[in-house]
Design a protein around this ligand. Structure first.
Ligand code: SAH
Length: 278
């Protein structure tokens, strides 16, 4: 199918179903068959795979996945779109449609997750995906968000999100996607991102403390880590003078935005060990 064809088909389906795309729900429908092919290619969906799609929309990606996969679970929150999906996908016996809010539903365990996700819930959805069971996800995000997911320490987009994702998965920005790949086109370009779960890259003695330190550090990314740590310890009612943090002296001189995830973990682990020793 040519790009033009999919574009016209999408407009026609919207018109026939009397659907006006809602900005609030992030409704931007895929109209590029080139992008559709790339998503299928990157996800390497096999006939043995079960696949989850979040935000199925008009079912364009859903159909393409259903042709390759053993089974596709497709979640959609919009009632009107859900009716279109029921109608359009009734010819597939391997598609299970799930009506509801992806942030509230329990995800089925699958091999692959492939989605053009609603951008407004990118962050909570990503963490929900990362706590689910799967082998590989191919997702389309807003470009800026994709850059934050995959940023290197010290760069402009590096932050709490980067570190949180780094701890749980390998994240790769595969390629940029022009806004014209969707109708109506979003205000910004997008990107295809691959996420692959992996074991934690270092041992956090207490994950909750590690993530808390991450949160404190990135509240003031341009401040030296020692300042944020001072606030943190004040809030925890710990006396800095009673802790021996000599081994951290170099790390604490760095600005938060320049700390690697492993250095942040060093801060968290050293604090925990010092608490135990007191
Ligand atoms: N995958 C389709 C549609 C992408 S637009 C395509 O590529 O053409 C994003 C879709 O997510 C919309 O259909 C929107 O209604 C749906 N959506 C928005 N918020 C959602 C949520 N919380 N849970 C499930 N679906 C949601």
């Amino acid at each position: 199918m040519t790009k033009n064809n999919l574009f016209l088909k999408t407009l026609k389906l919207l018109k026939e179903s009397n659907i006006k795309p809602s900005k609030k729900r992030g409704q931007h429908f895929i109209v590029s068959s080139d992008l559709l092919e790339k998503e299928i290619k990157y996800s390497e969906v096999q006939s043995t795979d079960t696949v989850l799609e979040i935000g199925a929309g008009l079912g364009t990606l859903t159909s393409a996945l259903a042709e390759k996969a053993k089974k596709v679970y497709a979640i959609e929150k919009d009632q009107k779109l859900f009716r279109v999906l029921e109608d359009k996908l009734s010819c597939f016996n391997n598609v299970e449609l799930i009506y509801g809010d992806a942030l509230k539903l329990e995800f089925p365990s699958v091999q692959k997750i492939v989605s053009n996700i609603p951008y407004s819930i990118s962050s909570p959805l990503t963490f929900k995906i990362l706590s689910a069971k799967f082998q590989k996800a191919v997702l389309i995000y807003q470009l800026e968000f994709a850059e934050r997911l995959t940023a290197k320490p010290g760069t402009k987009n590096y932050g709490r999100l980067t570190v949180g994702v780094y701890y749980k998965a390998e994240a790769k920005l595969l390629e940029r996607v022009p806004r014209t790949a969707f109708y109506p086109p979003p205000r910004v370009d997008s990107a295809i991102v691959m996420l692959k779960p992996k074991p934690p890259p270092f041992r956090a003695l207490d994950e909750a403390v590690f993530f808390e330190i991450v949160r404190f550090l990135f509240m003031h990314p341009n401040k030296k880590a020692k300042h944020s740590l001072k606030y943190y310890l004040e809030e925890k009612k710990k006396d800095l003078r009673l802790l021996n943090l000599n081994s951290l002296s170099e790390v604490l001189e760095k600005r938060a935005r320049n700390l690697t995830p492993s250095e942040i973990n060093m801060i968290a682990n050293t604090l925990l060990m010092e608490y135990r020793n007191r």
